[in-house]
Design a protein around this ligand. Structure first.
Ligand SMILES: NC(=O)C1=CN([C@@H]2O[C@H](COP(=O)(O)OP(=O)(O)OC[C@H]3O[C@@H](n4cnc5c(N)ncnc54)[C@H](O)[C@@H]3O)[C@@H](O)[C@H]2O)C=CC1
Ligand SMILES: N[C@@H](CC=O)C(=O)O
Ligand code: NA
Length: 434
């Protein structure tokens, strides 16, 4: 039977993993799809010793793939949003189906790409773009399609989780662990995307659209990274029975959707707290199914290739199916998207962990608790470490639930107190109760 002809643009970590998985499991994949998949064309500036591409046509110009009349599917694995966007739109124009692992591309340009694909009657699949090998987009868009989704919360950046785990378990230095994550192929080309939460915000944008049927709205995601987390915070969180995870949270509050990415204290006994290293996990609470948890490798060559190849298989199976009969790009039909507003961070309500350093003088704590109380913020637990005379005193507070705006105003007043030294650390606390 005629093979499904695939072009792979980009032969880096994920590109080479994709070649290896397609070659190693060729027979099994052909049995699943009903015909073989042929890698007919590769777009790469240079070979990658991590895979064997002998006998495959190679072009240094990736646009050769977009125009190749032989290809059914173009797999975009070059990353970035400039050339990648142009490449994908050109390939669509030439009637190719698209598979991509590029969350930045989908989160920032997905609405336009889907419009172009719809007009041309081709599919765009991007399972690898969120939580690497975990089939989370298929779970949301298909497996849980019966549900009204209440919220989604996940550890969706492998590099960040790897750094936090190594800092906590081995006391390692932030910068040193980041270098290791880069060497292992987990980090983005620009690793500030990982440590400042941008990569997780891209992924949350995509998850929320498929969960709630809202357009992709990357610019509305509240985003904080892990670069300010210190060993002191990790220890203090542990003292109170929590661990610090970098979470993406999308919640339907009934008045709008919360879209936020930030470090979060979660109780040590919840399952997400045990997700360590480069592993990712996503919790989804649906009204019919209840809480569900999806776990697996969020980055790395073959885990990501697993999702890329699954998309190639899905598109390969559907090549002859009428476009309108396929699962819509975001799981909801384009003309049935919701206009539910995205809420600002000031409207979010949660508990907080506050850590600050103060001068050892009488009355400082009384001033802090008065400011909190004036804003209606009650303290659930407090910890003040003994230090030598004249040393700054670390103070850590855990509060009850309060609106973000009240906490922000209180912290502005506390920061203005003369006895309060350096920046105040504020981390949100979530119990993840379904
Ligand atoms: N590395 C990972 O664990 C994961 C990566 N992703 C995404 O997959 C995509 C690829 O990531 P990696 O493989 O890690 O990156 P990479 O940097 O290892 O590979 C990208 C490759 O594309 C090549 N390239 C870039 N522009 C090109 C052009 N114009 N023409 C020809 N070749 C070009 C580069 O030389 C490089 O070999 C990115 O969008 C990334 O966000 C998604 C999930 C996990
Ligand atoms: N840099 C990303 C790669 C996968 O999406 C991560 O670390 O999660
Ligand atoms: Na995935």
């Amino acid at each position: 039977m005629k093979p499904v002809k695939v072009g792979i643009a980009g032969l880096g970590t994920v590109g080479s993993g994709t070649v290896n998985v397609l070659q190693r499991n060729a027979q099994e994949i052909a049995r699943r799809i009903g015909r073989p998949i042929e890698i007919a064309h590769i777009g790469a500036r240079r070979p990658n010793p991590a895979c064997n591409i002998d006998g495959i046509r190679v072009s240094a110009d990736v646009f050769e793939l977009a125009r190749d009349p032989e290809l059914d599917i173009l797999v975009e694995l070059i990353g970035g949003t400039t050339t990648a966007r142009e490449l994908v739109l050109t390939a669509i124009e030439h009637g190719k189906h698209i598979v991509t692992a590029n969350k930045a591309l989908i989160a920032e340009h997905g609405n336009a790409i889907f419009r172009a694909a719809h007009e041309r009657g081709v599919d765009v699949a991007f399972e690898a773009s969120v939580a690497g090998g975990i089939p989370i987009l298929k779970a949301l868009g298909e497996g849980l399609a019966a549900n009204h989704i209440k919220w989604v919360a996940g550890i969706i950046n492998g590099t960040g989780n790897f750094i936090l785990t190594e800092m906590r378990d081995k006391g390692r230095d932030f910068a040193e662990v980041l270098k290791e994550a880069q060497a292992l192929g987990y980090a983005e080309a620009d690793p500030t995307f990982d440590v400042e939460g941008i990569d997780a915000a891209h992924k949350l944008t995509i998850l929320a659209s498929i969960a709630f049927g809202i357009p992709l709205q990357f610019s509305k995601v509240y985003t904080e990274g892990i670069s300010r987390i210190t060993a002191e915070d990790i220890k203090a969180a542990d003292y109170f029975g929590y661990c610090i995870k970098h979470l993406g949270i999308a919640k339907d509050t009934g008045n709008g959707v919360e879209l936020r990415v930030h470090p979060t204290l979660i109780p040590k006994e919840v399952l997400l707290a045990s997700v360590n290293g480069v592993m990712n996990a996503v919790m989804i609470d649906g009204d019919a199914v209840g809480p569900t948890l999806f776990y697996g490798a969020g980055a790395g060559a073959e885990p990501t290739a697993s999702a890329v190849v699954a998309d190639v298989i899905e598109l390969g199976r559907a090549l002859t199916v009428d476009h309108d009969e396929r699962v819509p790009y975001l799981g909801f039909h384009a003309d049935a998207m919701s206009e539910m507003p995205v809420l600002g961070i000031d409207e979010v309500e949660c508990s907080f962990y506050i850590r600050l350093h103060v001068q050892d003088r009488t009355g400082v704590l009384a001033d802090i608790t008065r400011i909190l109380s004036d804003k209606g913020i009650s303290i659930e637990a407090m910890y003040q470490k003994d230090v030598d005379d004249n040393e700054p005193v670390p103070v850590v507070l855990m509060t009850h639930r309060i609106r973000e705006s009240a906490m922000r105003e209180a912290l502005e007043q506390i920061a203005a107190l003369e006895a309060v030294l350096d920046d105040i650390m504020r981390i949100r606390v979530e119990t993840l109760d379904a």
